[in-house]
Write a protein that binds this ligand. Structure first.
Ligand code: HEC
Length: 194
């Protein structure tokens, strides 16, 4: 047997085994479930994108030559709801459909008192996102005997109208918001028990 044949005899099966092992391990690593964090991040990406798209629309229509009223009394004024109302209506209708996850707006400077922190995790999350711009706060929490994965994402003043409307509102505890400031948070909650 030549040295070349011997090398081939060893190298070919070794290579075949390496490739096969790679394929086999890829199969074992195939994604069969999603982590609570990945789930919360994905939900937040959709919620935040819809919120931004609606806020941009509102930003355009409430100024200009034929402005449309954007306020909580939108039904009476034949106007449009503020972005927070749209988010809340969507969140409530998803709950009615029986969704296990939930989401809500929260803030330390809330116009609507029901948007203040409702749990210790929400309070810690609000403080964290205000102090660590661009970061998310993640925690497990127990509510009503059930475990949840809770994620608190910063909600930022992405448009001039965010700042303008909140600074003008007499119910707002803060009137010095600037564009880019963190105004609160979007809290996403995913159950860890079914
Ligand atoms: C036209 C006025 C208006 C605009 C524009 C507006 N908001 Fe608000 N926002 C409100 C009102 C009013 C509430 C309370 C509404 C409610 O819960 O019924 C609210 C609620 C919120 C809350 C929950 C805490 C609270 O104050 O009750 C956050 C956070 C928030 N807005 C951030 C933003 C951001 C960020 C933008 C821009 C992307 C924005 N808002 C645009 C009027 C406005």
């Amino acid at each position: 047997m030549t040295k070349k044949t011997l090398t081939l005899l060893i190298a070919v099966p070794a290579l075949t085994w390496t490739v096969w092992a790679q394929v086999a391990s890829e199969k074992t690593n195939k994604l069969t479930s999603i982590s609570p964090q990945a789930m919360a991040d994905a939900l937040h990406a959709v919620i935040a994108a819809d919120r931004q798209a609606y806020a941009e629309l509102v930003d355009r229509v409430r100024t200009g030559t034929n402005p449309i009223d954007v306020s909580e009394n939108w039904r009476e004024t034949h106007g449009l709801p503020v972005p927070a109302q749209l988010l809340r209506n969507a969140a409530q209708s998803i709950q009615k459909e029986g969704a296990e996850f939930s989401y809500a707006l929260r803030s330390q400077w809330a116009i609507n008192p029901s948007h203040t922190a409702q749990t210790v995790v929400e309070q810690k999350g609000l403080e964290f996102v205000a102090q660590h711009p661009g970061q998310t706060y993640y925690a497990d929490e127990e509510l009503g005997g059930r475990s949840y994965f809770t994620a608190v994402y910063p909600d930022r003043a992405t448009l001039p109208s965010c700042v303008d409307c909140h600074n003008r509102d007499p119910r707002s505890p803060r009137h010095d918001f600037k564009p880019g400031d963190i105004m609160g948070a979007i809290v996403v909650r995913v159950p860890l028990e079914f």
